[in-house]
Design a protein around this ligand. Sequence first.
Ligand SMILES: N[C@@H](CCC(=O)N[C@@H](CS)C(=O)NCC(=O)O)C(=O)O
Length: 318
Amino acid sequence: MITLYELHWSHYCEKIRLALDYMGLEWRMVGIDAFNKNQLRAHPMPSHLPSHTVPAIHDARTGRFVMDSTPILRYLTENYQQAPNLFPGDQANREAIDAKLVEFDTSLGIPARRFSYTQVILECPNLLADLFLSHRGGGLFSAPMIRSVAGACLGILLSKRFAFHRSESLGLYEALEAYLLQLAIKLESSTFIVGTTFSAADIAFAAQIRPLTVVPFFAEHPRLQGLFERHRKTVAQCNGEGDFPYQTGIANARKCKPPVRRKLRTLTASLPFQSHGDLSGNDQNHVWTWGMLTMPFHYFVSLRSRKVRQYLATANVR
Ligand SMILES: N[C@@H](CCC(=O)N[C@@H](CS)C(=O)NCC(=O)O)C(=O)O
C-alpha cells in the first residue's frame, strides 16, 4: 500500500492523486499539519529542497519514501511496470514527458500557486483559516472574529513564504500569460501534451492549471480558454475531483461582492523560476526573518496594487 502525504488543495498533490488512480494502484492519503509537518519528520529530506514538502509518498512494499511530485511519478513508473504507463513511447518521448513535468512544476506550478493564494487573500481570506486550521483548536478557528484574524495572519505568513506581494513588480502575471499563450498555440491542434498518447504530462498540466481557474486575469482570458477546456476534460477523464473548497469559497464570495480583477498593462516579462537539472525549482522563503516586519504593509498595501473589484472585465481591467 502506498501512503500519500498531502495538503488536499495543493495542485502538486492533486497531480499525484490523479496519477495513482490512473495507474490503478492501492493507496491512501494522510493529510499533514502544514505547521509542524509531524507526519513527515520521521522521513529524511532530500538535499535539494528547503524543507519537507508535499506531496510525498511512502511505499510499504519497497520501504521507499519519495518527496517531490516529478520524482514520485518517476518512481511509480519504474516500480509498477504492469500498471498503465505514465511515460509511454520510445526513449525520446519519455524524455520529452519528463522535461515537460519539470517545466510545468517550475513555470506553471509556482506562479499559479502564488496567484490563487493571492486571489483567496483578496476575496475570502477567512477561507485560509478553514484550510489550515480546521483540525486545530476544537473548532475555535471557525468562530467568526477568530476566523477573520486567523485568516489575515495566515495570509501574512503565506505572503512571506511565497512572496505574493512581489508578483506585480516582477511582472509575473504578464510573464505567465506569455508562457501560457505560447503553450496554447503549440497545443492548438494536439490532443495530448507530448506525442500521440496520454501521459503524465497531461495529468500534470490539468492539475497545475487548476489554481488559475479562480484568477479572472487568466480564467477569462479569451485566448486561454482552450487550456482551461483541456484541464476540465483531463480531470473528468481521470475521474478527478470537481471544484476544490477554495474554488467554491471564491464562487460563494462572488455572490456577495464583485471579483477582484487587475488593471491591465503592456509589459514584457519572463518567468524568473529555474529548474535544477532534472529537478523542479521551488520558491519557498524563510518566514521568520526580519523581513517579516514589513509584511503587514505588503499584505495590506502592495498585494492590492493594480487590483480592482469589478463585476465584468473591460478593455482595461480583467
Ligand atoms: N516541486 C515540489 C513542490 C512541492 C511544494 O512546494 N509543496 C507545497 C504545497 S503546494 C508544500 O509542501 N509547502 C510546504 C511549505 O511551504 O512549508 C513538487 O513538485 O512536489
